[in-house]
Write a protein that binds this ligand. Structure first.
Ligand code: 13P
Length: 284
C-alpha cells in the first residue's frame, strides 16, 4: 500500500485552514463511492474503518480493497482506525498497513487516558503511523461504541492543552455537542469552546458525529479550526434510501449490481457535497 500518514494531510489542513473528511467505509461500494468522489474533486482523503466494520469486512479484505483503491489513484490517501479500543487492536491495524490509528481511551480517567495514549503514540510514531485521541466523551452510538447522552462530556480546554503536551498526539477529537448516529433533536454546538481549545492547542482538531450537522455549522467549525470531519451515518442513509427507492419501484429486482451500483453513486454525490463544505477540493 502506498498510503500517507494522516498527520501529513492534517498538518496542511491546519496550516491552511480547511478540513478533510474522515469518511467511514463499510463495504466495497462505500470505498469506491468515497474514493471516486475525492478523485473527481482532487481532494486528499482519510478513509477510516471502525472495529465493527473491520470485523464485518475482514481485515485482509479491508487492507486488500484499500490497497487496490490506492494503487489506482494519485490523490493522497490515509487509512485510519476509527475508535480503536485497545493497544492490541491498534497494533493489529498497524501490522496490516494502516497509516493512522485512533486510540479512544476517553472512557478512562484523565490520567489513564494520557497513559494509554502515550504508549500508543510511542509505538505508532516509531513506525511512522499517525495518532488521533479523544478527550471528553462524544455521545451516541457507532457500532460497539456507545455513549449515553447523560455520560457525554464536553472537552475541557485546559485539559486538552495538558493532554496534547503530555501525549504528543497528531490530532485531537473534541466533544463540543456532536454525537454519533442519528440526532433526535437539533444539535447545538459549543463553538466558543471549540475556539478556545483550538487557540490553546494550535494543532489539528477532529469533529466526530458530523452526519446531520448543517453545512453552515460545519463551515463555522472549519473556520474555528476543525481539520478532520468524521462522517458515516449520512452515507449509510443515502445508500439505504436509494436501495429502498429502487425496490419500491421494482420489487422483482434481484441483481445486486442494479441496486448497490446506484447506492454507490448516491454515496459519491454525498461525499462530494461534504468535500465542498469542508474546503478540501483541489488540495490534493
Ligand atoms: P456519524 O456516523 O454520526 O457521521 O459519526 C461518524 C464518526 O464520528 C466516526 O467516528
Amino acid at each position: 500500500m502506498n498510503l500517507v500518514p494522516m498527520a501529513e494531510i492534517l498538518n496542511d489542513a491546519h496550516k491552511k485552514g480547511y478540513a478533510v473528511g474522515g469518511f467511514n467505509i463499510n463495504n466495497l461500494e462505500f470505498l469506491q463511492g468515497i474514493v471516486w468522489a475525492a478523485e473527481e474533486l482532487n481532494s486528499p482523503l482519510i478513509l477510516q474503518a471502525s472495529e465493527g466494520a473491520i470485523r464485518y469486512m475482514g481485515m485482509d479484505y479491508v487492507a486488500g480493497m484499500v490497497d487496490a483503491a490506492v494503487k489506482n489513484t494519485s490523490i493522497p490517501v490515509a487509512l485510519h482506525l476509527d475508535h480503536g479500543s485497545s493497544f492490541e487492536k491498534v497494533m493489529q491495524c498497524i501490522r496490516n498497513g494502516f497509516s493512522s490509528v485512533m486510540i479512544d481511551a476517553s472512557k478512562l480517567t484523565f490520567a489513564e487516558n494520557i497513559e494509554l495514549t502515550k504508549k500508543v503514540v510511542e509505538a505508532a510514531h516509531s513506525v511512522g503511523v499517525s495518532i488521533e485521541a479523544e478527550l471528553g466523551t462524544i455521545g451516541g452510538t457507532e457500532d460497539d461504541h456507545k455513549v449515553e447522552g447523560k455520560d457525554a462530556m464536553y472537552t475541557d480546554p485546559e485539559q486538552a492543552k495538558e493532554f496534547v503536551d503530555a501525549t504528543g498526539v497528531d490530532a485531537l477529537a473534541v466533544a463540543i455537542g456532536t454525537a454519533h448516529g442519528v440526532y433526535k433533536g437539533e444539535p447545538e454546538l459549543d463553538f466558543e469552546r471549540l475556539d478556545t481549545i483550538k487557540k490553546l492547542i494550535d494543532m489539528p482538531v477532529v469533529l466526530h458525529g458530523a452526519s446531520g450537522i448543517s453545512a453552515a455549522d460545519l463551515k463555522k467549525g472549519v473556520e474555528l479550526g476543525v481539520n478532520k470531519v468524521n462522517v458515516n451515518t449520512d452515507f449509510q442513509q443515502v445508500f439505504t434510501a436509494k436501495i429502498k427507492e429502487l425496490f419500491a419501484d421494482d420489487s422483482d429486482l434481484y441483481d445486486p449490481r442494479k441496486y448497490c451500483g446506484p447506492g454507490r453513486d448516491a454515496i459519491k454525490e454525498k461525499v462530494k457535497e461534504k468535500i465542498m463544505i469542508l474546503g478540501s477540493s483541489d488540495r490534493a
